[in-house]
Design a binder for this molecule. Structure first.
Ligand SMILES: NC(=O)c1ccc[n+]([C@@H]2O[C@H](COP(=O)([O-])OP(=O)(O)OC[C@H]3O[C@@H](n4cnc5c(N)ncnc54)[C@H](O)[C@@H]3O)[C@@H](O)[C@H]2O)c1
Ligand SMILES: O=c1ccn([C@@H]2O[C@H](COP(=O)(O)OP(=O)(O)O[C@H]3O[C@H](CO)[C@@H](O)[C@H](O)[C@H]3O)[C@@H](O)[C@H]2O)c(=O)[nH]1
Length: 323
C-alpha cells in the first residue's frame, strides 16, 4: 500500500488517479487547499494533518504502507514572502514529524515534491540538477531544507528517496474529471483562461522589465499528467531497488514568457485578452527552464505534452467547470 500525503490537491490527485490503477492507495489530506471530490474513489481517504504524529502513527499501524509520496505543502511564492512562518511550519516542521514517524515505523521509501524555486536565480540558461541551489524566497528555502533533511536521513538511517523538482505544473486530467482548482487562484495559466472565459475582467502581467527578450518572466510549463508519470516511474524504481537516492528536474525544457503564454492562450481559445501591465511580484526569478535529461536517462521518463496541449487541456477543464 502507498500513502499519498496531499493527495486531494492539484498534483497529488492526478498522481492518485494513475496510481490506483497499479497499487492500493491511502490518501492523507487536511483539505486546507485540496478537495475531497478530487480523490479517486478507489483510494482510501483519511482527513488529517501531516504534522499530527498520532494520526501518522495510526496510519502506519492500520495499513501495510511500503512507501510515502509527499505532496502536502503550501506553495505560493508571494505568500511565502508575506508569511514565512506559515511556510516553515507546514513545509518543514510538519514534514520533520512525518519523517520521524516513518523512521520509527521503519518505512524507508519516500518521494518528495520539490520545486524549481530551490534554484533561486540561476546563472545558467538551462537548469540541471548540478546547478547550485540558492533559493530567493521562503517557499524555495522550505523545500530545500526538506531536501537536506532527506539527505541526512539517508546517510544516517538508510532512507531511500527521490526528490522531484517540478517546474510549473499546468493542465488537467484527460477525462476532465479533475484539474487545477486553487482558491484563490494565483497561477498564470488558469488565471488567463478564467479571464478568457469571462470570470475575471483582465489579466495582469507582473513585471515588464525583467532581463528577458520581452521583459516578462520565463517559465517551463509541464503537464500534470507528465508529472504523474514521473512519480509512477520513480516509485517503481525505489520499490525495485533500482535507485536508492536521487534528485530529478521535471520540465519540458522550453521556456515561455508571460506574454507568450497569454498569446498561446489566445490562439488556443480564439479569444482576445485584456492585458494590464503591473509591478513585479516579489520573489519571482526572471527565468526558470529545466534540463530533465537525468530522469530520461535513468528512468526513461520524458515530458510528452507541449505548451499547446497543456493549455488546451486546461481550457477543456475550465470550460467544463466554469462555475
Ligand atoms: N503547482 C506547481 O506548479 C508546483 C510546482 C513545483 C512544486 N510543487 C509542489 O507540489 C506539491 C503539490 O502542489 P499543488 O499545486 O498540487 O498544491 P495543492 O495546494 O493543490 O495541494 C497540496 C495538498 O496538500 C494538502 N495539505 C497541505 N498541508 C497539509 C497538511 N499539513 N496536512 C495534510 N494535508 C496538507 C492540501 O489540502 C492539498 O490537498 C506541493 O508540495 C508544491 O510545493 C507544485
Ligand atoms: O496573474 C498573474 C500570475 C502570474 N504571473 C507571472 O507568471 C509567472 C508564473 O507564475 P505562477 O503561475 O504563479 O507560478 P510560479 O510563481 O512560477 O510558481 C509555480 O511554479 C514553481 C516552480 O517553478 C512552483 O514551485 C510553485 O509552487 C508554483 O506556484 C510568474 O512570472 C508570475 O509573476 C503574472 O504575470 N500574472
Amino acid at each position: 500500500m502507498i500513502l499519498v500525503i496531499g493527495g486531494a490537491g492539484y498534483i497529488g490527485s492526478h498522481v492518485v488517479k494513475d496510481l490506483v490503477k497499479r497499487k492500493q492507495v491511502v490518501v492523507l489530506d487536511n483539505l486546507s487547499t485540496g478537495h475531497r471530490w478530487a480523490v479517486d474513489e478507489k483510494a482510501t481517504f483519511v482527513e488529517g494533518d501531516l504534522g499530527d504524529e498520532r494520526v501518522l502513527q495510526a496510519l502506519f499501524e492500520t495499513y501495510p504502507i511500503r512507501a510515502v509520496l509527499h505532496f502536502a505543502a503550501f506553495s505560493l511564492v508571494g505568500e511565502s514572502v508575506r508569511n514565512p512562518m506559515k511556510y516553515y511550519e507546514n513545509n518543514v516542521a510538519a514534514t520533520l514529524s512525518l519523517l520521524k514517524v516513518m523512521h520509527k515505523n521503519k518505512i524507508e521509501k519516500f518521494i518528495f515534491s520539490s520545486t524549481a524555486a530551490t534554484y533561486g536565480i540561476p546563472d545558467v540558461e538551462i537548469i540541471d540538477e548540478t546547478t547550485p541551489t540558492n533559493p530567493i524566497n521562503p517557499y524555495g528555502r522550505s523545500k530545500l531544507m526538506v531536501e537536506q533533511m532527506l539527505a541526512d536521513f539517508a546517510t544516517s538511517f538508510g532512507m531511500k528517496y527521490v526528490v522531484l523538482r517540478y517546474f510549473n505544473a499546468a493542465g488537467a486530467y484527460e477525462t476532465g474529471e479533475i484539474g487545477e482548482k486553487h482558491d484563490p487562484e494565483t497561477h498564470l495559466i488558469p488565471l488567463v483562461l478564467q479571464h478568457l472565459l469571462g470570470v475575471q475582467e483582465s489579466i495582469s502581467v507582473f513585471g515588464t522589465d525583467y532581463p528577458t527578450p520581452d521583459g516578462t518572466c520565463i517559465r517551463d510549463y509541464i503537464h500534470v499528467t507528465d508529472l504523474a508519470d514521473a512519480h509512477i516511474k520513480a516509485l517503481q524504481a525505489l520499490i525495485d531497488g533500482k535507485i536508492e537516492t536521487a534528485t530529478y528536474n521535471l520540465g519540458n525544457g522550453n521556456g515561455y514568457s508571460v506574454k507568450e503564454i497569454i498569446e498561446t492562450c489566445e490562439k488556443v481559445t480564439g479569444r482576445k485578452a485584456n492585458i494590464k501591465f503591473a509591478e513585479r511580484r516579489t520573489g519571482d526569478p526572471a527565468r526558470l527552464v529545466a534540463n530533465s535529461k537525468k530522469i530520461e536517462r535513468e528512468l526513461g521518463w520524458k515530458a510528452l505534452i507541449g505548451i499547446k496541449g497543456i493549455i488546451q487541456s486546461a481550457w477543456n477543464w475550465h470550460q467544463l467547470h466554469k462555475k
